[in-house]
Structures are given as structure tokens and as C-alpha cells.
Write a protein that binds this ligand. Sequence first.
Ligand code: AMP
Length: 426
Amino acid sequence: MSKPKFQIPTGMHDILPQDQVYYEKILETAKKVFSFYDFDKIDTPILEDANLFIRSVGQNTDIVEKEMFSLKTKGKDILSLRPEGTASIVRAYIEHGFSSLPQPVRLWYYGPFFRYERPQAGRFRQFWQFGIEILGENDPIIDVQSILTMYAILHDLGLKNLMVRVNSIGDDNCRPLYRKALVKFLREKSSSLCGDCNRRAKTNPLRVLDCKNEKCQETLSQAPQSVDFLCDSCKNHLKEVLEYLDELKVPYCLDSKLVRGLDYYTKTVFEIETEKDGVRSGALAGGGRYDNLVKMLGGGDIPACGAAAGVDRIISAMKEIGAKVSFPSVPEIFFAQIGPLAKKKSLPILEDLRRANIKVGEGFGKDSLKEQLGKASRLGAKVVIILGQREALNNMILIRNMQTAKQVEVKQEDIIKEIKNVLKEQ
Ligand code: AMP
């Protein structure tokens, strides 16, 4: 077959009808958890001022350096397709004066996000995330509530072997000391690190710890760890986070290499993935505390914490373990029509059935009864209602029980009552 003239842009994917059930199931499961934990929904635009992301995510991050889809409007504004959710929500929190509401403000979101990444398994250029932000509270219990909210959704979706990885990357007080020690280490080990690591060592040294190269990982296992450099306040914060996690009995581990790719994080960072026999799925959800971001974007001194989960990756994980999702019910009833008059009268009858909440399949476009009945049996319909020329003239209609082949003629005005009776007999 020759290639179609137009193909989907690289790194993007259609969500085909058969996959919609997964997206719906995830959204529905997430909504239940959000509602219990008192989150309100917020939608922000898909495009924002490019500088919003540059300021918040950070100039030297992969997202800003390489992955933003940006455009110039006719009015000469530079806008970017949102690569993540937090920056937009902080912008909205400041712009709508949410700091005057009772704190913390708890928000959730869902939608498409865009990163110009190298296409590979689990990495798309357009992907779906749901996420939460809790703004206006410092307490470490909020960090654990963010973890728990994401964990609960993944758990309720049937995912097994979930593992929470946690770390603290400190704050403005202690992170500079850690950064300095790390840079010194990276400089000393530069000959055993890849080109990417050496480049990042100068621009964003914490990200070096993320390198997937095995040789680099071996070298980096000796690297100084952020938890050893925490100031008292960050140390206590982490201690409390771990204590709450212990109480919850959520499986977790302290991962000294977890730094996350965005500049705005302070103190707690975390990711949730599945892990079985040492095989890790890669992050399904991730987040952390960002106590400086509201101020950095022009708001007050507002501590905050949040998390986002990747819907496409969750679906892959669900499919891998054959997690249960219910597929939409097929119609139990099929409507067949014969002849031009019957066809003309079909749509109002179908509309009556829809209003009565009766799901009906039909075979418009196939005028022969044989073809229509063929479609009805392919769909597995238990009952077929048939409107022929004679019935159309007499305001009657036939109801045929497909299992017993029994057929009755009823008045059109009684159709709903009669169908319900036939369905009861099934
Ligand atoms: P992040 O904003 O990078 O912390 O991402 C949060 C979650 O979104 C990750 O844990 C992934 O599950 C998902 N995610 C991030 N980037 C992508 C991508 N390019 N394609 C698919 N999912 C992604």
C-alpha cells in the first residue's frame, strides 16, 4: 500500500475509538480521588507566554532548551504550547488573586501537553497529563498528600508493584552547597562521563544524575548526595515526609539520584513507577514542592506542592498487565427499515427510543432486510424492530426476538413499553 499523502506529525498519536475507554476510565478514577481530597478543576489555555515557562521551568532545562513548540503571533507575541501544567496554574493563581481565598488552594487539571522530544517508547510530542497543585501550605503532610493522591489513582486503576521514589533537593539555603560539591565531583570525573554529562555539568549539574548511560551511572554512584547537604529545616521536612509515608505503608524508597528535570522544585521531589524484579517502568507520575515559584512569577511568598501523571504511559502499563476496563455496552436492539416510507419515518422512532434511554443500532445505508439483519446479528442484538412499508402506513411496527424468532406486531406508540417487555423475557 502506498503511503497516504498526509501523515500524523512525528511523535504524536491518534487516540483511536478502541482506546478511548482507557482515557475515560483514567479520568473517571482520577476525578473520584480528586473529589474526595477536595480538589477543584481548573483549565488553562494550551498556549501561554513563552517567558512563563522560561522563567519557571528554567532556561537551562531540556524542556526550555530543546523541547518547546513556540510561535510568534500576528501581534508579535511569542507563545509556547504548554510543556507542563504547574507554571500556568501558578500564573492563574496569581492573576485571579487566589491567595486571598482560604489556603491551601487545591486544584486539578487534565489535558494535552507538548514537548519536542526525540520520539521513543513512552515519549510523545503531544501527551496527556492529569495533575494537582496545592498552593499556600508549607506542612510536609501536603507533600505526602500529593504523593498519596497520585498513588491512590494508580492503585485504583489496578496497577501493581507501584513504587514511590522520594528525595529532597534542598532549598536556596542548602542547595548551593550541594551543587558546589557535585560540580567539583563532576569536574574530577569528567573523563569517565559522556559528552552530555559534561555539557550538563556546566549548565544544570543536578540533571547529570539523570543520565541513562550505564558507564556514567557507575561513576555517578559515587557522587555526593543531596540529603547529606540539607539544612536543618529541609532535613526536618524530609524526616516528616518519610514518617508520614511510613504511617501510610505506601511502598517507597529514598532515591538520592532523583532530581527531576525542572528548576522550580525545592525540598521534596518524587516519582511513582512500577517496579518488578528490578525492572522499572519509568515514571508514571512525578512531582514535588516548589516553594519559590509563586514569588518568582510575581506573586507572594506562597509555598506549594504538586504532581502530574502521564496518561499515555499509564495506559501502556495498564495494557501490559491486562487491567480491566469496561467497554461500552453494545446495543441490545437493532432497528431495520424496508422501503422509502419506512425509512422516512425511522429517525423520529429512533429519537423516541434514545429519549427513553434504549440503546439501538441501525443499518441506514443498507436497504435490504437481509443485509440489515446480518449487521444485527454481528452486533449481537437480541431484539430487532422492523418497520416495513405496510407497518409504516398503519403506524405499526414489528418486534422480533432473535433468540426465539418470535415476532409480534405492536402499535408504534407502544413501542417503548413493548420493547421493555421483550427485553424482560430475555
Ligand atoms: P513531568 O512533567 O516531566 O514530571 O512529567 C510527568 C509525567 O508525565 C511523567 O511521569 C510521564 O508519565 C509523563 N510524561 C512526561 N513527558 C512525557 C512525554 N513526552 N510523553 C509521554 N508522557 C510523558
